[in-house]
Design a protein around this ligand. Structure first.
Ligand SMILES: NC(=O)c1ccc[n+]([C@@H]2O[C@H](COP(=O)([O-])OP(=O)(O)OC[C@H]3O[C@@H](n4cnc5c(N)ncnc54)[C@H](OP(=O)(O)O)[C@@H]3O)[C@@H](O)[C@H]2O)c1
Ligand SMILES: [Zn+2]
Ligand SMILES: [Zn+2]
Length: 729
């Protein structure tokens, strides 16, 4: 058996024979909703790997595959994953879990969480599974510990940063390495060489502190301003009490004179010792630090936030790792361990050649299998590749001209009170009309003049709609025209106006989820928020410097807005204060196209040009990708589902639905009919079960989505397929 039932890798068989790596297979832990499966491409070799399997740290559960500096490609993501997508190049490091809920986790200190789990040799929650590291074919990791790797960084350069890099980046950043600071780095090995480069990149004066002068030339190339060799007599004398921070990465305490190192620190300077040699440790004497009152401490890895920051810095400054690539095999790993023991690696070994060792591990068949496992029973016979299926319920002729927008009451689509509308312009006059109808009975209501409409949640009162209406009045004798727009809240069954929103003049027009508030454009990059019952203004968004094109309420009445100024803002409308802001960079930053906020307010998905941005403001996390890199055919995006999972696009000859987390097409429809029947508008029901489409020819269609649940049947289907040679088409 192979992936996804089995992973394989090079395991150390026992303490006695820790260097006799054996290639074994094992069953991974069960795949969870937040899990990401990664096909490993390369893995750095950390001194901690050696400490662990050699018994330096007191043994480990054998057999064990170590390695916690992993880069690879995402093969599969769980249904709740938003931080990674299939096909993406990602990394993972030395930690694979924490509770994400405790004081430490909420403070970006998740590496100190008392529930934290190591990447290898640790029991994983209550699964009975012992975590296995990156000297393996695959790994399965909770999305929080999976990090996107910037394109600019090669995989084998990025891999060692996931432990060695982050372990020194975190203390350098936390303890203020920067302009005007003198920073020392003890031990120029894997961690140390990053410490020198990062401290330099952060603007500090950096001194490499090594045992001999052997690494002096290299250290200078890495950016060291000075070099101290501790084997030289009186080496510390000229530099006593001049350092602000020393990061110690020494891997052994043999002959280690702590007092000499501490004497280098200025008053209250910091000795941050990340090295973790086995054995007894070193003795500290009060008199070693009374002369400068220095602080002695340590740090453990670094947070997700710091990880992303580190990769940004590396990409921005073009920092290049010093790596020696070694093809993975028993001999390759033995060689890497030998180099670590002798401190002869310059400066990090990275195991590569995973395809040769483990096969290509073709993601095509893996994806097919995984999709089959979740697809609907109805689809088995057709070998669909997607868990989604759509069926058209009915078509309705709503107008004679192009439908420019459609929408539904944001209630459950099975509710008997769900209404729908379409907007189109009358052929003769060009005047825009909103056509309302009942979703289940198809019964029509009165039409209303308007260019845009937003149906209210049921809570706002029966049959409420907000419409934006443009008007022109002729003032006087044929010369003077007065143009304007108003937003009216009306009852669409009777046509009566309930309230008028004073000063609301433009799109977007959106309701809060509870139907209490409505936001609408006021022009000049501003929006207002009104009480939907009284029409009284209750808030504003004023910080954008260009037009606001899209808006959506969060569950707590904060308003998310997209503007042509290239920002996504979360505003508290009552105070008009920006709570959070995301700057869109690069392509599409002046072209906001779509927006959806998940019902719990946790994720904000927006489309700018062809770039999808999945922003988790609370987690301070952003995933972005270009649709052109995941789609095989061209699509013109129309809408995002309210649960932020699906993106509907018009295509050359129909429409399709992209799974936003993976960027892959999950369902597609082809039909002929040319331009006349082209899809021009789309909108989902609040529960994402119904899709409403408008077409060029004035027709409206109601489609039902089915995500299927017949996993058992699907398994049978998979086995009979044999999983080879199947392709999506
Ligand atoms: N705290 C954390 O979160 C964390 C994370 C990862 C790793 N670690 C630990 O950090 C340590 C370094 O890992 P690494 O992968 O960078 O190892 P490494 O590549 O072997 O580098 C360690 C360096 O320490 C110096 N050194 C070795 N023995 C020494 C001694 N007796 N006295 C003084 N210096 C000595 C050597 O540099 P010179 O030749 O320049 O003297 C050596 O290159 C390991 O103990 C590892 O377990 C800790
Ligand atoms: Zn490590
Ligand atoms: Zn925690």
């Amino acid at each position: 058996m192979s992936y996804p039932e089995q992973f394989s890798g090079f395991q150390a068989p026992s303490a006695e024979k820790w260097l006799e790596f054996e290639k074994n297979s094992w069953t991974p832990r069960p795949f969870g909703d937040y899990d990401v499966d990664i096909k490993i491409e390369c893995c750095g070799v950390c001194a901690s790997d050696m400490h662990t399997i050699s018994g330096d740290w007191g043994g480990c559960p054998y057999p064990l595959a170590v390695g916690h500096e992993v880069v690879g490609k995402v093969l599969r993501v769980g249904p709740k994953v938003t931080l990674a997508k299939v096909g993406q190049r990602v990394g993972c490091g030395a930690q694979v879990y924490s509770c994400l809920d405790c004081r430490q986790c909420k403070n970006d200190n998740e590496t100190y969480c008392k529930h934290q789990i190591d990447a290898y040799g640790a029991p994983y929650l209550d699964t009975g599974y012992t975590t296995q590291g990156g000297y393996s074919s695959h790994t399965r990791i909770h999305e929080y510990w999976v990090y996107p790797i910037p394109e600019a960084i090669a995989s084998s350069d990025a891999a060692p940063m996931l432990c060695a890099g982050i372990t020194v980046y975190s203390p350098l950043k936390r303890f203020g390495a920067g302009p005007g600071k003198k920073v020392g780095v003890v031990g120029i090995g894997g961690l140390g060489h990053y410490a020198v480069m990062f401290a330099k990149a952060l603007g500090a004066e950096v001194w490499a502190i090594s045992r001999s002068r052997a690494k002096e030339a290299d250290a200078k190339k890495m950016g060291a301003d000075g070099f101290l060799a501790t084997s030289e007599k009186g080496w510390n004398e000229p530099h006593k009490m001049t350092f602000d921070l020393i990061v110690n990465t020494a891997n052994s305490f043999d002959g280690f004179q702590l007092s000499e190192y501490l004497s280098l620190l200025d008053v209250h300077g910091r000795w941050n010792s990340v090295g973790l040699p086995g054995g007894e440790g070193v003795k500290v004497n009060n008199f070693d630090f009374i002369s400068n009152g220095c602080f002695i401490g340590t740090s453990h890895l670094g947070s997700r936030r710091e990880m992303l920051e580190m990769f940004d810095l590396v990409a921005e400054k073009g920092i290049k790792s010093w790596v020696e690539e070694i093809p993975i095999s028993r001999e390759g790993l033995q060689q890497a361990m030998e180099k670590l023991k002798k401190s002869s690696v310059r400066y990090r070994s990275c195991m590569t050649g995973y395809d040769e060792a483990f096969g290509a591990r073709n993601p095509q068949s893996a994806n097919l299998l995984l999709n089959l496992l979740t697809m609907s029973s109805a689809g088995i016979a057709e070998i669909p590749i997607s868990p989604l299926s759509l069926t058209r319920r009915y078509q309705r002729v709503s107008a004679k001209t192009e439908i420019t927008s459609v929408g539904m009451t944001p209630t459950s689509s099975s509710s008997s009170t769900t209404s729908a509308f379409s907007v189109s312009a009358a052929q003769s006059t060009g005047q825009s009309w909103v056509d309302f109808f009942d979703l289940s009975s198809q019964k029509g209501y009165t039409k209303a003049a308007g260019t845009h409409a937003a149906l209210a949640p049921a809570e706002a009162g029966k049959n409420r709609v907000a419409t934006l209406r443009d008007w022109t009045v002729q003032v006087g004798q044929g010369v003077e025209y007065h143009h304007g727009s108003t937003v009216l809240v009306r009852d669409f069954s009777t046509g009566k106006t309930v309230v008028e929103l004073k000063e609301a003049v433009s799109e977007p027009v959106v309701w809060s989820n509870d139907g209490i508030a409505i936001a609408a454009g006021e022009g000049h990059g501003r929006m207002g928020v009104w009480d939907a019952r009284t029409g009284a203004r209750v808030g504003r968004v004023v910080s954008h410097i260009d037009n606001i094109t899209h808006a959506a309420f969060m569950p707590d009445h904060k308003l998310v807005t997209l503007s042509r100024d290239g920002t996504v803002r979360i505003t508290d409308p009552r105070t008009a204060k920006t709570i959070s802001k995301l700057e869109i960079e690069g392509n599409g930053s002046t072209n906001p196209r779509l927006l959806a906020v998940s019902p719990n307010g946790r994720s904000i998905v927006s489309l700018w040009g062809n770039t999808v941005h999945i922003w988790l403001p609370k987690a301070n996390h952003l995933t972005s990708y270009n649709l052109n890199t995941t789609r095989t055919t061209e699509g013109w995006p129309l809408c995002i589902s309210p649960d932020t999972r699906w993106l509907v696009s018009r295509t050359e000859n129909g429409f399709d639905i992209v799974d936003i987390a993976s960027g892959q097409i999950a369902w597609e429809n082809h039909q002929d009919g040319g331009v006349a029947t082209m899809v021009t508008a789309a909108s989902f029901s609040a529960d994402t079960k119904v899709l409403l489409l408008g077409r060029m020819n004035g027709s409206v269609e109601v489609w039902d989505l089915d995500e299927g649940s017949a996993v058992e049947n699907a398994r049978v289907g998979v086995e009979s397929l044999g999983l080879t040679g199947s392709k999506r088409n």
